[in-house]
Design a protein. Structure first.
Length: 121
């Protein structure tokens, strides 16, 4: 079970790397890479799977901090919704442009989610 948990941890990290990398790579363009939405969904689903597996098997009696998990879940959901909105905006625009507020909110919230993961004990 620990191997499966580690697979989902890896997928979770890869998903957030795609989101943050896609955001940073598109800073000088009006659009946002389409992979950002897929990375957000990958990270979201992998995170949910990690918590489920962790609650079932990995932790011995004292599971994860559910307040931290709740905050990360809400932030991840907002990022996924914003990435979906950005994908729709880019499809409608002739040049693939995305509203700067949506684009920067995705990048900022991704950093917030990473900081919560690292610094919340």
């Amino acid at each position: 079970m620990e191997f499966l948990y580690n697979v989902f941890v890896t997928l979770h990290f890869v998903g957030w790397a795609i989101v943050l990398g896609g955001y940073l790579a598109s800073l000088r363009t009006p659009g946002l890479y389409k992979g950002v939405f897929h990375g957000a969904l990958t990270a979201l689903v992998a995170g949910i799977a990690m918590v489920g597996i962790g609650e079932a098997a990995v932790w011995d009696g004292n599971g994860p901090d559910m307040a931290k998990i709740g905050v990360k879940l809400v932030v991840a959901l907002v990022i996924a919704v914003l990435a979906f909105v950005a994908k729709r905006q880019a499809a409608k625009a002739s040049d693939g442009a995305v509203a700067p507020g949506v684009k920067h909110a995705i990048g900022g919230l991704t950093l917030v989610n990473i900081l919560v993961a690292v610094f919340w004990n």
